[in-house]
Design a protein around this ligand. Structure first.
Ligand code: ADP
Ligand code: MG
Length: 288
């Protein structure tokens, strides 16, 4: 004859309540000490399973999203980036932009938190998928050559939020540009894109090798969108600065030294008008 504990374990296994099964002896021991009410005991028991399932679900969702790291808003130091408008970030955190299939574009030099904020938004709720612009173009370019572009495109059309990171670090070839345009058009007013770029909109012609197609891409991307232009310095340099490897802020020549240390860093562009029309803030005013 089995003991009650053994029978319980069998029942929990049959029901698939793995978290309770793993903690059964512990839960029973605690209950015999604390003597909770029947309701409280049942509540604790079932909550243990609910919590474990929620954690598993979040983990699976994050894995599916292909996020490069897990970062949230609590880990972001807004004091370090005073150019960020906290009200604007609060609005984004409501995730209304996802329900409205509107886009979010983070612009700024390397290390200012563009990817961090994108990941925090993407990890906040609904289904997301993360990819760099370069990997996206490579993947869809291969699919095109193998005659399965439409099928492959669905991977990037299905998620409610598609994060396209690092647009502009590497220029796209003609095929990459055409595919990028197709993707942005296909998601237009259907699903959100969160995009990061080190280049201001006026310089997008050089990413796509053609200012006409760059304008067409921007037209769709910016119609319903929020642009967050981060003008601060690289967070990655913070610790190096503390260690005295970089001159303190405000010292003459410090900025140049900081930039030269930032890998691949580009000095923020001065505001300039180009054929594409606008600096990020002007474009936002025009399009939002
Ligand atoms: P970017 O995409 O703009 O190049 P990242 O988002 O990759 O920069 O940021 C570089 C690193 O610095 C990441 O580890 C990120 O979490 C961290 N980081 C950047 N800005 C902040 C910030 N304001 N507070 C906390 N961590 C930050
Ligand atoms: Mg980044």
């Amino acid at each position: 004859m089995n003991t009650p504990i053994e029978r319980l374990q069998t029942a929990l296994e049959t029901l698939g309540l793995k978290a309770v099964e793993a903690r059964l002896e512990n839960l029973l021991e605690q209950a015999s000490k604390k003597e909770p009410s029947y309701a409280d005991f049942l509540d604790e028991l079932l909550n243990c399973e609910v919590e474990a399932r929620r954690t598993r679900y979040m983990k699976a969702k994050l894995q599916l999203a292909h996020l490069p790291f897990v970062k949230n808003f609590e880990q972001f130091d807004f004091h370090f980036q005073p150019s960020l408008d906290e009200r604007q970030i609060r609005e984004l955190r409501s995730l209304r932009f996802i329900h409205e299939a509107s886009n979010v574009i983070f612009l700024g030099p390397p290390g200012v938190g563009k990817t961090h904020l994108s990941v925090a938004l993407a990890g906040s709720g609904l289904g997301a998928y993360f990819i760099t612009a370069h990997d996206l173009a490579t993947d869809l370019g291969r699919a095109y050559r193998e005659g399965r572009l439409d099928r492959r495109m669905r991977i990037y059309l299905a998620p409610k939020v598609l994060v396209i990171d690092e647009v502009g670090y590497l220029p796209l070839d003609d095929l990459g540009t055409t595919i990028f345009f197709q993707l942005v058009s296909a998601r237009y007013e259907r699903g959100s894109i969160i995009l990061t770029s080190n280049k201001s909109y006026g310089d997008w012609g050089s990413i796509f090798g053609d200012s006409i197609i760059a304008t067409a891409i921007l037209d769709r991307l910016l119609h319903h969108s929020t642009t967050i232009n981060i003008r601060g310095e690289s967070y990655r340099l913070k610790d190096r600065r503390k260690a005295g490897l970089v001159p303190p802020r405000g010292q003459e020549g410090a900025e140049a030294a900081v930039r030269s240390l930032a890998s691949g860093s580009v000095a923020p562009k001065t505001r300039q008008k180009t054929a594409l029309g606008s600096t990020p803030s002007e474009a936002k005013e025009a399009h939002s």
